[in-house]
Design a protein around this ligand. Structure first.
Ligand SMILES: Cc1cc2nc3c(=O)[nH]c(=O)nc-3n(C[C@H](O)[C@H](O)[C@H](O)COP(=O)(O)OP(=O)(O)OC[C@H]3O[C@@H](n4cnc5c(N)ncnc54)[C@H](O)[C@@H]3O)c2cc1C
Length: 495
């Protein structure tokens, strides 16, 4: 039965007092009582503060209220409530953003992890709650012999959180991003309407939600495409003497499609310099593939090949060991000033070479950090709001920085450096993957979206006219004045 919990009423009184400080009269707030919910609203400081930080540990602001939704109806009712109070609303999946993008200063954040139901795989699809993580999805599909088409390297991200940004993985070069492989979604718009959208029904909304940075709707449920899961993976980590040779093989591998997953990396070498590697995976069930055929014509160093045959679930969970190590040594909790971009094939070699010349790898990436340099056929990407270079082939070009220090000054230096990297990438026709740690102004976003900006703005006008949703990206400057103004993001201090 729906109920307004006692804690809500007590906490609402506390929040009324707080509202005076932010310029909203307590009387006005009392005019808008909290909605009746299946879940609950939490107003206590500890819960609010716990939602202020993200994986970047760089900026963050506590919300006024935290929603633990018990249903899609709760999300709708609370968005309407936030709007009436002149507040914003942001969904939070696993808070693995890196620049406060899931925050709602003075507003409401929804902890979507309460919406993590995972149905049974039925044929080529499965229905899941947006708060489910990809590992939870896999726990349901793999026993049924099925897998999502594209999986992020790290499986602890929420379905809603990655559909909101895109979701890049090892098979993206062929199958696009995760938001290209969602069949339909139940969403709640900024106007509080619950709509099921897909390529056939409400396609404008569907296209504005996929990789749409949470600007027009909150996803509460997603129907994901599934394919047959292979049982085994023949995996090689190929080593290259230099960037040019590595890129040559990446192009070749994408052209002939002999491997299912192709991912390039430039990790920090033990010597302090960098190494050039391509991680390739051949998925199979039954007889193993012929190594001679798989590796024919490649220019890597045969002595440096690291072959392995591993169960498919172990391959998917390949970052688990690194996560454990970083949690154990504390680096998981350090600031993560990441920058993630896409650079076109025609400029990739010059741009990456130039950036490598500018960095001190051990200092700027950290001994366990790396630059990602993975090929993607841009034609595989169909989410209109995911911006990629205007070339047939591009490369995910990411600085996955894992600082060995929590020093704030070091993090600030790297954030500044991110801005400079972005400018150089952009000048060379590259685009941003918006999981990056540096400020973006509305003008930056307009430039980023380019011809797609009008489409996003139109969708915003239609579905979130009061600019209630997901203020953390700071994309629009022409929305109605909301109470977030005057609440600067708090810089998190983690010395
Ligand atoms: C260790 C690590 C590994 C990563 N690996 C990859 C990778 O391999 N590939 C890749 O593409 N990315 C990767 N990322 C980046 C990651 O995909 C994004 O940061 C993603 O947004 C995080 O998902 P989340 O569930 O933590 O979302 P959050 O950080 O909670 O939210 C991200 C954004 O989405 C919005 N949002 C969250 N849930 C919803 C919803 N239900 N409806 C609408 N909007 C919503 C939030 O408001 C916010 O703006 C990685 C990040 C980390 C920290």
């Amino acid at each position: 039965m729906r109920s307004i919990r006692r804690t809500v009423l007590i906490a609402a009184a506390v929040a009324d007092a707080a509202a005076v400080a932010t310029g909203v009269s307590a009387a006005r707030k009392r005019d808008v009582p909290p909605p009746a919910l299946d879940g609950e609203l939490r107003f206590d400081q500890a819960t609010r503060d716990a939602t202020a930080d993200d994986f970047g540990h760089l900026v963050g602001t506590s919300p006024d209220v935290v929603l633990l939704p018990g249903s899609t109806a709760d999300v709708a009712a609370t968005i309407c409530w936030a709007a009436k109070r002149g507040r914003t609303f942001a969904a939070q999946g696993q808070r693995h953003s890196v620049w406060g993008r899931s925050s709602a200063p003075n507003g409401v954040v929804a902890d979507m992890s309460t919406q993590r139901f995972v149905g049974r795989a039925r044929g080529d699809r499965i229905v899941v709650g947006a708060g489910a993580t990809w590992s939870e999805v896999l726990a349901a599909t793999l026993p049924q012999g099925k897998t999502p088409t594209v999986l992020t390297d790290y499986l602890g991200l929420s379905v809603g959180g990655t559909l909101a940004v895109g979701g890049v993985g090892g098979t993206t070069w062929r199958h696009g991003v995760q938001s290209d492989n969602v069949l339909s979604m139940v969403v709640v718009t900024g106007a509080g309407r619950t709509i099921t959208c897909s390529a056939e029904h409400h396609p404008d909304l569907f296209d504005a939600v996929r990789a749409g940075l949470g600007q027009v709707a909150v996803i509460t449920e997603a129907t994901l495409a599934l394919v047959e899961a292979p049982q085994q993976v023949r995996r090689f980590v190929l080593s290259y003497p230099d960037l040019a040779t590595m890129l040559r093989d990446e192009r070749l591998l994408v052209r002939d499609g002999r491997f299912g997953a192709v991912q390039g990396a430039i990790p920090v070498a033990p010597s302090g310099g960098v190494a050039f590697q391509v991680d390739v995976a051949k998925f199979f069930t039954g007889s193993p593939p012929d190594d001679g055929v798989l590796l024919a014509g490649l220019s890597d160093d045969p002595a440096g090949r690291k072959p392995s045959t591993i169960p498919y679930p172990d391959y998917l969970d390949r970052l688990a060991g690194l996560e454990s190590a970083l949690r154990a040594n504390g680096q998981w909790f350090h600031p993560h000033p990441w920058i993630t971009t896409f650079i076109g094939d025609s400029r990739v070699e010059d741009v990456v070479d130039d950036e490598l010349g500018r960095i001190d790898p051990a200092h700027d990436l950290g001994a366990l950090g790396q630059i990602v340099l993975s090929p993607i056929r841009t034609g595989a990407i169909t989410s209109p709001l995911l911006r990629t270079p205007a070339e047939e082939l591009c490369f995910a070009f990411n600085f996955v920085r894992v600082p060995t220090t929590a020093d704030r000054g070091n993090a600030d230096r790297l954030v500044e450096s991110n801005r400079a990297v972005y400018e150089r990438v952009r000048r060379n026709g590259g685009t941003l993957y918006p999981v990056s740690a540096f400020p973006m102004s509305p003008e930056d976003w307009r430039r980023h979206f380019g011809p797609a900006f009008d489409r996003l703005r139109e969708a915003k006008r239609t579905f979130d006219p009061d600019h209630v949703l997901t203020p953390g990206y700071e994309i629009f400057e022409d929305g109605p004045r909301r109470i977030v103004e005057g609440v600067p993001r708090r810089r998190l201090s983690r010395r």
